[in-house]
Write a protein of this length. Structure first.
Length: 217
């Protein structure tokens, strides 16, 4: 228990400075995910997600996706995913997007602590949106996520925290760090309750509460 309190205190210390912004937005992400083992090493998952913004007053987007992954060994997992996204654009109303991604995740477990690094290449094509001198379509992003998890003894709870960096790859005005996402998670075997603090830029912060139901075959 003392170890758990120490880990939890560290997670709170890591996240607390990020919630001090005066300008903030609160939204809820609700998703349903089904996972299936195809055969040893290969897994498939299907997920539907619904998001809100503007203090839950506006539908932000809904999406549906499929993910396939292969565990090379206990340290490395490779995967790819496709997502169909229907986004409620603040100025152009609803627009459809097709997102493809490929990723590699390396992880290492020491005692009950797991440290992992995921590198993900993401490409999103927005239907009916043309390229301009300041906008690329499709938009290409490299996402780098560092995650720390702690497996509580004699418990189904697994708290973890992560930080993820979004780097643009084909911005016509120059590539840079687009945003940084910080996440604090409490995970159980059947239900995930996720509190996320996301920096959309240097001046505006968004806080999301994500509810995820997951089922295993």
């Amino acid at each position: 228990m003392n170890k758990f309190l120490l880990i939890l205190s560290g997670l709170l210390w890591f996240v607390a400075p990020m919630v001090s912004a005066q300008d903030s937005d609160f939204g809820i992400w609700t998703s349903l995910e089904v996972k299936k083992k195809i055969f040893p090493g290969f897994d498939a998952s299907f997920e539907g997600e619904f998001r809100t913004r503007n203090d839950v007053g506006t539908i932000d987007r809904w999406s549906a996706g499929v993910d396939l992954s292969y565990s090379v060994n206990s340290y490395l997992k490779l995967g790819g995913a496709y997502n169909l996204i229907n986004y409620n654009h603040p100025k152009r109303e609803w627009e459809v997007g097709h997102r493809y991604s490929f990723y590699a995740t390396g992880s290492y477990v020491w005692n009950r602590i797991e440290l992992s690094l995921r590198e993900k290449y993401q490409q999103t094509y927005r239907v009916g949106v043309s390229e301009t001198a300041s906008r690329a379509n499709p938009k290409k992003i490299m996402r780098s996520r560092l995650q720390l998890a702690y497996n509580l003894p004699k418990s189904k709870l697994t708290p973890y925290t992560s930080v993820e960096f979004y780097h643009t790859l084909n911005n016509p005005q120059g590539n840079d760090l687009e945003k940084t996402r910080y996440t604090l998670v409490l995970n159980t075997r059947l239900i995930n309750v996720v509190s996320s603090i996301c920096f959309t830029d240097t001046s505006r912060k968004r806080m999301m509460m994500k509810m995820t139901d997951m089922f295993w075959d």
